[in-house]
Design a binder for this molecule. Structure first.
Ligand code: GLN
Length: 473
């Protein structure tokens, strides 16, 4: 499949049209969506209309932008005005966004063509896309296995060549982990780099929107388009969008990289071996890779499963049967709220709401939520100390290659462990990228994770590109 950059160039030069690219994407979606359950809403009409507008711009001699005519998939927690937006939940079945997320406006402004909404774990809670009300998504590389989650549909869309790029959201690993399991590049940007306006909130202090792509340069291009200050997100960083594509080939010569022991602990042998090989490749490219220990990483999962559910229990209070989506009528308002939420939310979402409400309740707040915030501060400090010594960090993205359906659904803790290597970055508010590197069990792809301090995305892309070049050479 052609890269996003090549499609945009070809659309701009007239070698292809946006409509032809949208039709190709729709045909690819049609051929495998029933089998894989990637898109929950395919927006045929909207996509062709947008593509026609792009082609009309070209005909008028205007430049549609860096993503001219590039088909794009949107995770179903991103608002797009007038379009179905369900966050994988029954409670939002049939709900249409009254406005667009800032990222959606930005990709449209850059000439991209949104093809529809992709499946996801309900309210982004999960690591396999199995908690979606709309059924699980299958991994295009092996349909007996999960694509990862929660942005499993966006990852599968790119892996199945339905679209060259996609947007997801990452609260604890939901871009990087599915990217690893589907053989893609996935980025969790620095907290505040990308506006969260119009993203259905899960845990607001951790959520970030980011790109999926088949290669590093396409991911850099998409992040360049969506990054930048937005007055409609109060946590948006004040600086403008960084330049990312221009520096992807900057290499790692002279860089110091720390291989974090804790970001390999418990990983399968094939994953550990891939990270070891990545270390060699980065060293051959001129980086100095040193062994590092960040013991605080071991506390990440525990802190996350207090902080994220606490924020979720508050964020999800708005789904009350009055303002959005589903309503189950009952005798009075309280009974209606209860009946609506009982039917509308799935088991994992209910578990998180209960965990969060408990952690925030009087008498337990200090012992649970308050403690978790202290651990988070320790984590932030630990990463600061690490970045005093090295430029970037290296570890695994996920403990294993893509796992089989049902393997972890009966044990929530086993599922939560899928994100043990990705969660620390969200707690620290830093940036990280997963890049495909090597293959493991069943010839399935392995993701290697590179982590960096806030606004280190350009360096992360350059390091990831070194690994990518080694893969393709
Ligand atoms: N799998 C983690 C969770 O279930 C992270 C999800 C995410 O990043 N949205 O919370």
């Amino acid at each position: 499949m052609k890269s996003a950059i090549d499609i945009a160039n070809d659309v701009r030069t007239g070698a292809t049209t946006a409509v032809a690219e949208a039709e190709r994407s729709l045909a690819a979606i049609r051929s495998r969506n029933e089998e894989l359950n990637v898109f929950v809403h395919v927006d045929d009409e909207g996509a062709l209309e947008t593509a026609q507008r792009v082609d009309a711009q070209i005909a008028r001699g205007e430049d549609p932008g860096a993503l001219a005519g590039v088909p794009l998939a949107l995770k179903d927690n991103l608002c797009h005005v007038g379009k179905l937006t369900t966050a994988g939940s029954r409670i939002l079945e049939g709900w249409r966004s009254p406005y667009s997320a800032t990222v959606v406006n930005l990709v449209l402004k850059a000439g991209a063509v949104p093809m529809g909404k992709t499946n996801m774990d309900e309210f982004a809670m999960g690591s396999s896309t199995e908690t979606s009300y709309y059924g699980p998504t299958r991994n295009p590389l092996d349909p007996a296995r999960v694509p990862g989650g929660s942005s499993g549909g966006s990852a599968a869309a790119v892996a199945a060549d339905m679209t060259p790029i996609a947007l997801g959201s990452d609260t604890g690993g939901s871009i990087r982990q599915p990217a690893a399991l589907c053989g893609l590049v996935g980025v969790k940007p620095t907290y505040g780099l990308v506006s969260r306006f119009g993203l259905i909130a899960f845990a607001s202090s951790l959520d970030q929107i980011g790109p999926f792509a088949k290669n590093v340069t396409d991911a850099a291009l998409l992040l360049e388009v969506i990054a930048g200050h937005d007055p409609r997100d109060s946590t948006s960083l004040p600086e403008g969008a960084p330049s990312l594509v221009a520096g992807v080939d900057a290499g790692v010569a002279g860089k110091r990289i720390g291989l974090v022991r804790e970001l390999l602990e418990g990983a399968d042998d094939d994953v550990v071996a891939a990270v070891g090989r990545a270390r060699e490749v980065l060293t051959e490219a001129g980086a100095t890779v040193v062994d590092l220990s960040i013991p605080e990483c071991r506390l990440g999962l525990s802190a996350y499963y207090l902080i994220a559910p606490a924020e979720a229990s508050s964020n999800l209070a708005r789904f009350d049967g009055v303002r959005y989506g589903l309503r189950v009528d009952a005798d009075d308002v309280a009974a209606m709220n209860e009946a609506t939420r009982t039917l509308g939310f799935g088991a994992e979402v209910k578990r998180r709401i209960m965990l969060g409400t408990y952690a925030l309740s009087a008498g337990y707040y200090d012992a649970y939520y308050g403690q978790a915030l202290k651990v988070r501060t320790q984590m932030i400090n630990a990463f600061h100390r690490a970045y005093d010594q090295v430029d970037l960090l290296l570890g695994a993205t996920a403990p294993s290659v893509a796992f089989k359906f049902g393997e972890k659904t009966s044990n929530p803790l086993a599922m939560y462990l899928s994100d043990v290597f990705t969660i620390p970055t969200n707690l620290a508010g830093d940036a990280a990228i997963s890049v495909p590197f090597g293959r493991g069990e069943g010839d399935l792809p392995i993701g290697v994770q590179l982590l960096g301090p806030g606004r280190s995305e350009a360096q992360l892309f350059a390091a990831a590109r070194v690994l990518e070049v080694e893969q393709t050479s």
